[in-house]
Design a protein around this ligand. Structure first.
Ligand code: GRG
Length: 304
């Protein structure tokens, strides 16, 4: 299914999310090798994690941002799927015994539990390379745009300014009393970098100006921080069954979190003010940014 209509005719964010979900899952299904192709176990494991649901918020953000700048839907879908593949790889690796050692993800057994550790490591590895391959082979984009998108995604995924760097800092902080700025830096890298890359990629595909790109980056960095604060809050306030992953893990693992450091009330206030800041960052963009504002509100109030 392709997303064909304009935002202006979309009355509900949920309708938009559902459309993104369907088109991204169709694209993932096309890009990931079939499970009856050798090595079958590896392909089954990739599909187990990638096709397990998930909110698909990063693809939605990418497509919503691209729409702000008039990007045609067909030019965004592979990059949106690529971001989701990087995200899924990070979840598979994060759940491994050497990291968070989790049994439940997206409402089902984690990849290493369902298969085995080695297969889960390889499934994550392959999702990462498939992501870059998906963009490299996207004939709806010019070669220059493909290279730019690959570079944005690589920088956001790796180190020193990306997700893997954030993961390392997070692991290093376990059991330590870190400062507020250190906590924010972990969140900005571990969670914010990929979310920012998603929005930036949409803006680049839509041909945003440098000034617009700067504003979108500011907005998305706040959105990423907001996403992690609400994730921290949900970990202590929501049930495992609703989250589809083990609740209460952060406390058990002595993770550095906002509620852990400031308490639930102060963390909730911080989330609301970061959401306001994200909305304000959109003011210099002289386009219809309603959907991006709605996404920030959605992240603030999300329940899973
Ligand atoms: C192992 C390289 C590597 C990185 C790990 C993603 C991550 C970095 C760690 C997972 C733990 C965690 C709480 C990360 C923060 C990002 C986050 C909130 C991930 C969960 O994203 P959702 O809620 O998940 O979008 P779904 O399943 O809905 O896609």
């Amino acid at each position: 299914m392709s997303i064909t209509h304009n935002f202006s005719s979309v009355t509900s964010l949920n309708v938009f999310f559902e459309e993104v979900r369907q088109s991204v899952e169709k694209c993932l299904d096309d890009l990931i090798p079939r499970s009856n192709l050798a090595p079958e176990r590896l392909h089954e494991a990739i599909r187990w994690s990638a096709m397990a649901g998930g909110k698909r918020i990063r693809p939605a953000l990418l497509i919503a941002t691209g729409r702000v700048f008039g990007a045609p839907p067909g030019s965004m879908i592979r990059t949106a799927a690529a971001v989701e593949m990087i995200h899924t790889y990070s979840l598979i690796h994060d759940d491994l015994p050497a990291m968070d050692d989790d049994d439940l993800r997206r409402g089902r057994a984690t990849c290493h539990k369902q298969f085995d550790e080695a297969t889960a490591i390889l499934a994550g590895d392959v999702l990462q390379t498939l992501a870059f391959q998906a963009i490299a082979g996207d004939e709806n984009l010019t070669p220059a745009t493909r290279v730019r998108l690959i570079s944005i995604l690589a920088e956001a995924s790796g180190t020193p300014a990306g997700m893997v760097a954030g993961q390392q800092l997070d692991l290093d902080a376990e059991g330590h009393d870190i400062s507020g700025p250190e906590l924010e830096q972990i969140h900005r890298l571990k969670t914010g970098a990929l979310i920012t890359a998603a929005a930036k990629a949409g803006a680049v595909i839509g041909g945003a100006s440098d000034a617009e790109l700067e504003a979108i980056e500011q907005y998305a960095a706040k959105l990423g921080l907001l996403f992690q604060i609400t994730d921290d809050l949900l970990d202590v306030t929501q049930e495992t069954g609703v989250l589809g992953k083990t609740a209460g893990k952060d406390v058990a693992a002595e993770k550095a979190t906002y509620p852990g450091r400031y308490g639930i009330e102060a963390a909730s206030s911080k989330a609301a003010s970061v959401c306001d800041d994200a909305r304000a960052d959109l003011l210099p963009v002289d386009r219809d940014t309603q959907m991006l504002t709605a996404i920030a509100e959605f992240v603030l109030h999300r329940t899973r």
